[in-house]
Design a protein around this ligand. Structure first.
Ligand SMILES: [Zn+2]
Ligand SMILES: [Zn+2]
Length: 356
């Protein structure tokens, strides 16, 4: 497979015919926040709105992830393929060298209901892919599938610790996404608490369900305006730009069968999600959007009520990162209302127009 095409600066091939111009305020059901679309501020003739940076230059000889153990990292929890010696690893899962949270058994950690100051109990894992030069979008679909096999295995291991309520799974790809090491890797931070974004989404999804007798994300897929925002669809998963995309070219990978939890996804659903995620990342990379964050949003491990099972729908969100000039940062910080210069249907039209 071809390496992603990189240029700098990159205008992302947006042409004026894809753009609508009126401002819109849209309410995001899941987060409970408003998003302000200001497409008239986006000038496709200029490239400064969306500029990517050159890929990080880390020589393979100094890369700490080419041979993680030789670089002073701990032995892996496990590696794949499982039937091969460690020297043949393609994906390895290990504790972060400088973990944000640790399973401090000796401290006799136990969660006290209502506490607002806790020891940093938890797990901070890395999932490292073998190839120094490849990204998830440039790996084969089969290799991405292997990465997800490793993720599910690690989530199942961590879930056995009943003190853990939520595993935040994410990737920072490229310097604009906050990656400190160029070599492609994922992180998983497992917490003894449920983060705010998840608590809010659970709450808002449940109230949508009560009002409309439907899961919001199941319902969204059938909305009359969904087709124009859809990049990819097969029997198991779709890739679309949310009606309330907070960031330019933001994409969501949504399993089509309703389920609250990532870790219970069947192999068929997982294959579909892997295919969809791979297609989405590959498309973004082909458009020069080589810096991105993606993360999984899923239900907490414990304490889920039956309404939440029915109303919450797990998904992956991909957020390409750019140097954005002219963004109203103070407005966004002060109000929680994010400004996005490109409407989701325009973003999808632009990505589809040059899809290879
Ligand atoms: Zn490397
Ligand atoms: Zn659903």
């Amino acid at each position: 497979m071809q390496q992603p095409h990189r240029q700098q600066p990159h205008p992302n091939n947006i042409s004026a015919r894809h753009l609508h111009s009126a401002s819109r305020l849209r309410y995001d059901v899941l987060s409970g926040e408003w998003v302000l679309f200001v497409p008239k501020r986006f000038d496709p003739a200029k490239s400064y709105d969306f500029v990517t940076v050159p890929p990080q230059k880390v020589s393979a000889t100094t890369c700490p992830f080419d041979d993680p153990q030789a670089a002073g990292n701990k032995a892996p929890h496990f590696w794949l393929p499982a039937n091969q010696p460690l020297s043949q690893w393609r994906v390895q899962v290990l504790e972060n060298k400088f973990p944000a949270l640790e399973p401090l058994e000796a401290a006799g950690y136990s969660y006290v209901a209502g506490a607002d100051d806790l020891p940093g109990y938890g797990y901070h894992d890395l999932l490292i892919m073998r190839d120094h030069k490849k990204t998830l979008g440039s790996y084969s679909e089969e290799r991405v599938g292997e990465v997800f096999e490793a993720i599910q295995q690690r989530v199942h291991d961590v879930m056995r610790d009943t003190r853990i309520y939520y595993s935040a799974l994410f990737q920072n790809q490229g310097p604009l996404a906050g990656a400190s090491i160029a070599h492609s890797h994922l992180q998983m931070i497992s917490l003894p608490v449920v983060p705010r974004h998840i608590r809010h989404e659970l709450l808002h999804a449940a109230s949508f369900y009560t009002k409309h007798h439907a899961c919001f994300l199941c319902h969204e897929q059938t909305a009359h305006h969904a087709a124009a925002r859809t990049l990819y669809r097969d029997a198991h998963a779709i890739v679309s730009a949310s009606y309330t995309s907070r960031e330019p070219f933001e994409l969501m990978v949504i399993p089509r069968v309703h389920s609250a939890s990532f870790e219970t996804a069947s192999p068929d659903v997982m294959h579909g999600v892997v295919r969809a995620l791979h297609d989405a990342l590959h498309t973004l990379e082909e458009h020069g959007m080589t810096d991105y964050n993606w993360y999984v949003h899923t239900a907490p491990f414990h304490g889920l009520r039956s309404t939440q099972q029915r109303s919450y729908h797990w998904y992956i969100r991909i957020v390409p990162r750019f140097t954005r000039i002219g963004v109203d940062a103070g407005f966004e910080l002060g109000t929680g209302i994010q400004e996005n210069p490109i409407l989701p249907q325009d973003a999808i039209a632009a990505l589809k127009a040059h899809k290879s």
